[in-house]
Design a binder for this molecule. Structure first.
Ligand SMILES: [Zn+2]
Ligand SMILES: [Zn+2]
Length: 255
């Protein structure tokens, strides 16, 4: 793997290691392009505190740190400034406006909650509730339709455990939309490395049938999540088994 655009920093509260350590490790294993896409700050109402993301006031330091590393490692490895962002309809305009003050180069969509988080649930919680599945698909499509995202992280984060036909029917809408608009779907190596419920083979078989563009990413929260040959090998096996159309991760335009 030469390109990874999905990595976090300690600002999100569930990662470790310095940004420099991440870059050194990426360099050591021969990566050419490395993007930081920490969990975005959000313009939530004062009364709500999110436990999984940086604060609004940390965005400047995040920006300075990543762009500082870019300078430091120029000519050795390309560093990009990104964010992993949810699509929360009630807040979207307001956090996009907030972000416009920073020289962000890309956003990936990672839908870690339904609705607007303060009024929603984590899609990873196992559920047989079809309405949650439908809401996830609807919301992801709505998010992608804003045109702001270079790809969709862990599209299979929705952990619907009801009948497979229903799952496929809904996910086909998501895959179909991504296919029509040439938006890649991400095989998440963190999920593989930690033996999580995603990547979900049922989803990826479908993505193979639909013909989606597929990218791989680390979702690195710790330095040890960067050099992961076993996870990569398992991902490559999925690519082969499901006939997935693996492409090189599209590079953001450096500002
Ligand atoms: Zn995270
Ligand atoms: Zn992530």
């Amino acid at each position: 793997m030469k390109i990874n655009l999905h990595s976090h920093t300690t600002r999100c509260g569930h990662a470790s290691g310095t940004e420099k350590e991440f870059v050194e490790e990426a360099l050591r294993i021969g990566m050419t392009d490395f993007g930081f896409s920490d969990h975005t700050p959000m313009t939530f109402p004062e009364t709500y505190k999110s436990g999984i993301r940086m604060k609004l006031e940390e965005m400047q330091d995040y920006t300075d740190t990543v762009l500082g590393l870019r300078k430091e490692y120029e000519g050795k490895i390309n560093i990009y400034l990104g964010l992993e962002v949810e699509y929360y309809p009630a807040l979207f305009d307001s956090y996009i406006k907030f972000m416009s003050d920073y020289p962000l180069e890309y956003m990936i969509l990672g839908q870690h909650s339904l609705n607007n988080e303060y009024d929603g649930v984590w899609p990873g919680e196992p559920t047989e509730d079809v309405s949650r599945l439908k809401r996830y698909v609807e919301q992801v499509i709505e998010g992608l339709s804003t045109g702001k995202f270079i790809y969709l992280a862990h599209p299979d984060l929705m952990n619907y455990v009801g009948d497979e036909a229903t799952y496929l029917k809904e996910m086909e809408k998501l895959c179909g939309y991504a296919y029509d608009h040439k938006i890649p779907l991400e095989i998440n190596l963190l999920g593989i490395g930690e033996g999580r419920f995603y990547p979900n083979p049922v989803f990826w078989k479908l993505a193979g049938e639909v013909g989606n563009d597929v990218v791989m990413a680390l979702d690195a929260h710790h330095v040890r999540m960067i050099d992961v040959p076993d996870a990569e090998e398992k991902a490559m096996k999925m690519v082969k088994d499901f006939g997935l159309h693996l492409i090189e991760t599209p590079l953001p335009k450096m500002k």
